[in-house]
Ligand binder design. Sequence first.
Ligand code: MCU
Length: 408
Amino acid sequence: SYYSQCIPNGQASSAATTTTLATSTTKTSTPVSGTQTSTAAASCSALPGSISLKSNSKLNDLFTMFNGDKVTTKAQFACRQAEISQLVQRYELGTLPGRPATLTASFSGNTLTINCGDSGKSMSFSVTITYPSSGSAPYPAIIAYGGGSLPAPAGVAMINFNNDDMAAQVNTGSRGQGKFYTLYGSGHSAGAMTAWAWGVSRVIDALEQVTAARIDTTRIGVTGCSRNGKGALLAGAFDNRVALTLPQESGAGGSACWRISDYLKSQGANIQTASEIIGEDPWFSTSFNSYVNQVPVLPFDHHSLAALIAPRGLFVIDNNIDWLGPQSCFGCMTTAHTAWQALGASDHMGYSQIGAHAHCAFPSNQQSQLTAFVQKFLLGQSTNTTVFQSDFTFSQSQWIDWTVPTLT
Ligand code: MCU
């Protein structure tokens, strides 16, 4: 099966160079160029270039700035999101470049070709668009990593994004291969997931430019399953032009939290952890290697990453495969959900974990939930998107030692 092809047996972890807690001496400004942050983020203060990290076994407080200031307003939360974006780039995923100096696009035979140039280098990549048989132009669209694993919704175009062409995910030896690295150099800090997210942003840039493609860029979704689900989550986190993010069975590096997965592993679960995953594929920046054996010092976890999407639409689709850490995913996304609650947009984020089906085989009993999210966020309809379900439990007192404000 696809699943067994994807799950390595007894793959050795190549984890862990040891510990430098203060990294990066480069002063970064917030928001990072290219990250599509909310408008309020323009006046945020920059993170220090050098940071002294403190161990925290709980899931990080989403509502306290790195400098200790409490987040009480929506505008401050936008700054917190910009800060989290900086932190995840610095310690886990690598730097997200902005729009390249030149970007041109052409459209022919349902293929959109995007030409990027920067600092004397250039590359082109293409996506193919499949139009719906119903609805009317300009259409909403879902950008689907590797074509995705969800049924195409009525009235929505599907855009097939060949993420492997942008950044390879063959094994750790494929780091630095792919068109992103043709443009930015094979030594660029971005791991494959960041390179893919950059590519999604360029697809949206091109769609904004090429009206002949007949896509409404205010109604863009992004999806992918498994490794590509990890990527889809990040694309939604890094570009606020994505109206609906649909990660499917993303597991470790996606909807799971590193801290919870390490804990479950210590309790005997067969679950993918940070120290294992970096030996599989170059999904992360090499900067992450220093932290996979000391996860509690990370100033974020994947609830923080998912919270970058708030208050935009996010529907997390999970299975119950041990390796993917469904209990970690449920706890992590329950914690992420506090961001939407604080913003007064609780039903803009949903979580559904339904098992008893093959990996990436979308089950019919999740269809009505998916349809409700697609109709609300891509088709402008008023639907019930209050969805939060799992076979697992989550101990809030074990993982959360902070309170959720009502942001004003
Ligand atoms: C859930 O995503 C991955 C998982 O992280 C890997 O350990 C495993 O090899 O493959 C999964 C996947 O992408 O399956 C297609």
